[in-house]
Design a protein around this ligand. Structure first.
Ligand code: GDP
Ligand code: MN
Length: 356
C-alpha cells in the first residue's frame, strides 16, 4: 500500500520536516515517544538505533508528547535526527493532572507505605500520571487520530539487531493487535488490587467482553480449573516500553469501559498501577491469543534487560551487537518463554477441538 501522508489537522502540534520526500511504501503508522526535555540525550540515542536499524528505509512519522512545552533545543535536535517528520505535541492538562476526586492525604499515606516497602518510584506522583496517561489517554490525543498503528519508543533504549522488514506491515497483514519484544514479572506491591478489580469487571460486570480465544493462560497460574475466576494472576506482563499496536484496540467501548472502571478506584495513584499490566490484562481478557505477536530477534534493550538472538545464523544475518549470553528472554523469570508455551498449548487445544 503506497500511502501519501494524511493531512494533519491538529492545531497544537508543531511539525518539522514537512517537505521531505513522501514516496516511500509505508503503513498508516507512527513512532511515538512520551518524553521529557531532560531526556534529550537519551531520546537522540534511541532515535539513532531506530533509524539505523529500521526507519531510515521508511521515514515513518515520529510523534513526541510531553506534559510540558518542548524546548526549542529539543525540537531542533530531535527533528534533525529523525528521517521522517517530527511532530511535537503538548498534552492538554486535563489528560495529565491528578483527577479532582483523588484524596491527596490518602495518596500521601499510601506512597509512604510503598516507600517503606522499598517500591521503585513509590513517592513519584509524575510516574503515576505517566502510567495513567499511557493506560487511558495517549491514544485519545487528536494527533493520534491520523494513525492506525503506533510503535512506542522510550529514551535510552537500543535495537542491537537490524529489523529488515516493516513491523507495521506485519501487524496489518497478519491482523495483529499487539506486538511485544519482552515480557516479565511485575512487582506485586504496585498492583495488589489490579487483578481482583479486573475480575470484578470481566467476570461480574462484563463477561461478554471476554474473548472465547483469550490468552488468560499467559497471565494466570497453571490450573486444571478452566474458569478464569479461580485462577491467580502470575504477574506476567508485556514490557510496554516497547510496543507496537493497533490503535483501534484502545478505541473500543470495551477498552474505555475497562479503563474507566480501573481509574475510578483511584489505584493508579493509591497503588502504583503500571500501564504494562493494564495493557496486558486488557489484551489477555479481550483479544484472541493469535492477535498478539512476539517480535523476537530485534536485540531490543531497555535497562536492565536485553532480548538477544540465541541462533548464531540469525545473529550474523541481522548484524547484531548484543551478547546472546546476556539475553533475558530465556531466563526462568522472563515471561517470554511462558508466552510461547501458552501459545503452543492454545494451538494444541484448537487443533484438538478441530479434530472432534
Ligand atoms: P520506567 O521505564 O518504568 O523506569 O519509566 P521511565 O522513566 O522510562 O518512563 C516511561 C516513559 O515515560 C519514558 O518514555 C519517559 O520519558 C516518560 N515519562 C516518565 N515520566 C514523565 C513525565 O513526567 N513527563 C513526560 N513528558 N514524560 C515522562
Ligand atoms: Mn523506561
Amino acid at each position: 500500500a503506497l500511502r501519501t501522508r494524511t493531512k494533519i489537522v491538529v492545531e497544537d502540534a508543531v511539525y518539522f520536516n514537512k517537505d521531505k520526500p513522501q514516496e516511500v511504501q509505508r503503513e498508516n503508522a507512527t513512532l511515538f515517544s512520551l518524553v521529557r526535555n531532560e531526556e534529550l540525550d537519551g531520546m537522540l540515542s534511541s532515535i539513532n538505533y531506530v533509524e539505523t536499524r529500521f526507519n531510515k528505509d521508511y521515514n515513518y512519522d515520529w510523534v513526541f508528547m510531553n506534559d510540558q512545552p518542548f524546548s526549542e533545543q529539543f525540537k531542533t535536535n530531535i527533528s534533525s535526527a529523525v528521517s521522517g517528520r517530527a511532530i511535537f505535541y503538548r498534552i492538554p492538562e486535563q489528560y495529565w493532572e491528578i483527577p479532582s476526586w483523588i484524596d491527596k492525604a490518602k495518596m500521601e499515606k499510601s506512597m509512604d507505605f510503598l516507600a517503606n516497602e522499598g517500591v521503585l518510584y513509590a513517592r513519584k506522583v509524575s510516574y503515576r500520571q505517566m502510567c495513567r496517561f499511557n493506560s487511558g489517554f495517549f491514544y485519545k490525543m487528536p494527533i493520534m487520530d491520523n494513525y492506525q498503528y503506533y510503535w512506542r519508543v522510550e529514551p535510552y533504549i537500543r535495537f542491537e539487531c537490524d529489523i529488515p522488514f516493516d513491523p507495521f506491515q506485519m501487524m496489518r497483514t497478519n491482523d495483529y493487535v499487539y506486538g511485544f519484544a519482552m515480557a516479565l514479572l511485575e512487582d506485586k506491591k504496585t498492583i495488589r488490587k489490579l487483578w481482583s478489580t479486573s475480575l470484578e469487571f470481566f467476570e461480574t460486570e462484563h463477561p461478554e467482553y471476554v474473548s472465547k480465544s483469550n490468552s488468560l493462560k499467559f497471565v494466570t497460574h497453571d490450573s486444571d480449573d478452566n474458569t478464569f475466576g479461580s485462577r491467580f494472576y502470575n504477574l506476567c506482563h508485556y514490557w510496554t516500553n516497547f510496543e507496537i499496536a493497533n490503535l483501534d484496540f484502545y478505541r473500543t467501548a470495551k477498552y474505555e469501559s475497562y479503563f474507566r472502571y480501573l481509574d475510578k478506584t483511584g489505584d493508579f495513584f493509591y497503588e502504583r498501577w503500571g500501564d504494562a499490566p493494564v495493557h496486558t490484562l486488557a489484551l489477555s481478557f479481550m483479544e484472541p491469543f493469535d492477535r498478539i505477536h512476539y517480535f523476537a530477534n530485534t536485540g531490543y534493550f531497555h535497562n536492565p534487560n536485553v532480548d538477544c538472538p540465541q541462533d548464531p545464523d540469525i545473529y550474523d544475518k541481522l548484524h547484531c551487537t548484543c551478547r546472546p549470553a546476556q539475553s533475558f528472554s530465556p531466563l526462568p523469570w522472563s515471561c517470554s518463554h511462558r508466552f510461547l508455551l501458552a501459545d503452543e498449548a492454545e494451538k494444541a487445544e484448537v487443533a484438538k477441538d478441530n479434530q472432534r
